[in-house]
Every structure is written in C-alpha cells, then in structure tokens.
Design a protein around this ligand. Structure first.
Ligand SMILES: NC(=O)c1ccc[n+]([C@@H]2O[C@H](COP(=O)([O-])OP(=O)(O)OC[C@H]3O[C@@H](n4cnc5c(N)ncnc54)[C@H](O)[C@@H]3O)[C@@H](O)[C@H]2O)c1
Length: 326
C-alpha cells in the first residue's frame, strides 16, 4: 500500500503532526492517544492490513514502509516497532527530515547501537525522547514528589516488582531489557543520581531464548540501595514500588495508581483519579515539538539505563558485582 501525500501535513488547529511507526501491541495505543490529542498525522506498519485499518479508522495517511513516507511532512514520529529495528527506522525518519522522535524503550538493544544512533540523530538536529512511560505514571510522580518534599526523610532503599505471566512473544529481548528497564529508569528518577554498582541474578525457566526472571541490586553513591524484581512467570500482574526513608515509607501500585504514605504515627492514601500515563507522555512529546525543546527522558536516560542493563547481564554471568561506567 503506497499512500502518496504531498506538502506538509498540518492539522486544522495547527497541532504538530506525528506519525506512528509500528501499530502493534503497544503502538496501537500511541495511535489512539495521538488521535485523541489531535496530533495523529499518519500510521506506518509493515503489516498492510494493520496500517490500512488504522489509517482508515482515523482518516490519516498510511504506509507499509518507512521509505514511502514523504520528506518534510511530519514534525514528529513515534517509533514503536520491535526493539531490534529502532535504530534503522529512526535513521530513516531522520533522513525524511523528521526532527522529533519518541523512540520506545528500551531504545536500542545495546549501548553501542544507542550511541551510534544518537550520534547520527544529533548530527541532523533531531530531538530525542525515550519511552520510559512510568515517569508519567501519576503514582510514580507522587512518589517522586514525596521524596522531593522530604516526606520520607533521607531515602535509604527502594524496591520495585514488575511481574506477570507472558507467553513467548517478544523475540528480540529478555525480561531485563524489555521489562526491568522501566524500574531501572524509575530508580534513577527517584534517587536523582546514577547507581555505581550492580549485582544481578537472572535465569530462564519457561522461555527458550532469553532470561525470564531477574533480580537486580543497585548501589547509589549516596549509599542508597534499590532492589528490582522482574519476571514473565507469575500468573498475575504486579507493578509496585516501595521507597523507605528515615522518616517514612511510600508504597505505590503503578497499575491502580494507589499511593500510601506511612510515617511513625500516620498512614494516608490520598485519593487520586486514575489517568493514562501514555496521555501525559505524548502531551509532553507534543509540547516539546511545539516549543522545539529537548524532551525528558531523553537520550542520556536511554543510554544510562542500557548501561545498567549490560552491567546486570555481566554480573549475572560472572557472579560478581559490576561497576557501572559513566
Ligand atoms: N512503553 C511501554 O510500556 C511499552 C510496552 C510495550 C512495548 N513497548 C515497546 O514498544 C515496541 C513495540 O512493542 P510491541 O509489543 O508493540 O511489539 P509488536 O510486535 O506487538 O508490534 C510491532 C509492530 O511493528 C510492526 N513493524 C515491525 N517492523 C516494522 C518496520 N520496519 N516498519 C514499520 N512497522 C514495523 C509490526 O508489524 C507490528 O505491528 C518495543 O520496542 C517494545 O519494547 C513499550
């Protein structure tokens, strides 16, 4: 399917036009939310049926190959194809003069790929966002706010659990790169510093190619510690956070978005209405396009998280803790 579009696509209300590349399991959410925000400009998916279904549903141009996307047409693009294709797809988009890219986590499979991609994109003045969506989860934001306001006192340790039963559908990454990376990023966000050391253990139980369970222990320069547990084995879904400080504890359920703050004499669960993290993430991306500024989380966050992933894999193989390079 080759839909030809000429000229610059700008919406009636002047919102930037964003094209979604890869409208699969997660990309379809980008398509829906961008349409709700009035910024969906097109859809591209190698699956012709999928591309045409979304193109017709939202009345936007659709393409089955990035090479078909006309140059100088889209201000922004979301790359939501399998991780192993992000680098090539993002480079192709830059050559089409797309100046703002939201690249899904984990950005690229390796640090090396990430650095090569960033260098290519920066040489073409492309602004980069990485899809660490949990930073836009209202529950995670509330945790961060409590930490910043000093409600916990000095932060001593944090833990994250992210588990669910997941069939063998992700061919190009294991639980560490695909799933635990969300919490690796969240721990950097909560501690406001980069871990210096990691000790990790992981293994493969039900999945054939990659690890499907992992535990990671991170040490921060301030002395803080984080423990991250992730697996694709538990027959129900948990995504939870706990941060323990000298004066209090905050617990957050990232699924229900319920947050509880406990101190010596008090335990409160403030009411907050559930809202979709992807909406906040894409709003931020659109605002950054409008103002032509660098989004956050950006390329530095992508690389730092990937370095921690690679150090964790090394630790699991050697059985020793590993220093995380800067
Ligand atoms: N932020 C999150 O919470 C979150 C959640 C799930 C997945 N993801 C990430 O999103 C990405 C996609 O994951 P998914 O689960 O949606 O995968 P998926 O396999 O369900 O969907 C990928 C889609 O991309 C299409 N595609 C493949 N190669 C393409 C190409 N070169 N050009 C255009 N289309 C192409 C496929 O046809 C498919 O429709 C991955 O990087 C994954 O890590 C992020």
């Amino acid at each position: 399917m080759n839909v030809k579009v000429t000229g610059r696509v700008v919406s009636m209300v002047g919102k930037p036009r964003v094209i979604v590349i890869g409208a699969g399991g997660f990309g379809k959410n980008h398509v829906r939310v961008l349409a709700e925000l009035g910024s969906l400009g097109g859809v591209c998916d190698v699956d012709k049926e999928r591309a045409s279904a979304y193109g017709k549903l939202y009345n936007v141009p659709y393409y089955v190959n990035v090479s078909e996307i006309p140059e100088n047409t889209y201000e922004g693009a979301v790359v939501s194809t399998p991780t192993s294709t992000h680098k090539e797809v993002a480079m192709q988009l830059a050559l089409k003069n797309v100046k703002h890219l939201l690249i899904e986590k984990p950005f690229t499979p390796t640090v090396k790929d990430a650095l090569e991609l960033i260098s290519f994109l920066k040489n073409r003045n492309v602004k980069i966002m990485v899809g660490f969506i949990e930073r836009f989860n209202p529950a995670a934001r509330m945790v961060k706010r409590y930490i910043e306001e000093g409600a916990l006192g000095e932060v001593i340790m944090a833990s994250a659990t992210r588990v669910r039963r997941w069939p063998e559908r992700i061919a190009d990454s294991g639980v560490l790169l695909d799933t635990a990376i969300h919490d690796i990023d969240l721990m950097r966000y909560f501690f406001s510093e980069d871990p210096v050391k990691v000790y990790a253990k992981m293994g493969k139980s039900m999945h054939r190619v990659h690890e499907d369970y992992a535990t990671i222990v991170l040490t921060f320069p301030s002395g803080g510690m984080a423990i991250i547990k992730a697996n694709w084995l538990t027959p129900y879904k948990i995504r939870s956070i706990e941060v323990i400080g000298s004066e209090g504890v905050v617990e957050a359920d990232l699924v229900t978005q319920q947050v509880t703050l406990s101190s010596k004499n008090d335990r409160i669960t403030p009411f907050s209405e559930w809202s979709e993290p992807l909406r906040y993430e894409l709003k931020h991306f659109i605002e950054c396009i409008v103002n032509d500024v660098n989004p956050s989380p950006g390329e530095e966050d992508a690389v730092k998280a990937l370095k921690i992933v690679e150090a964790s894999l090394k630790s699991s193989v050697t059985g020793n803790s590993v220093d995380i390079g800067t």
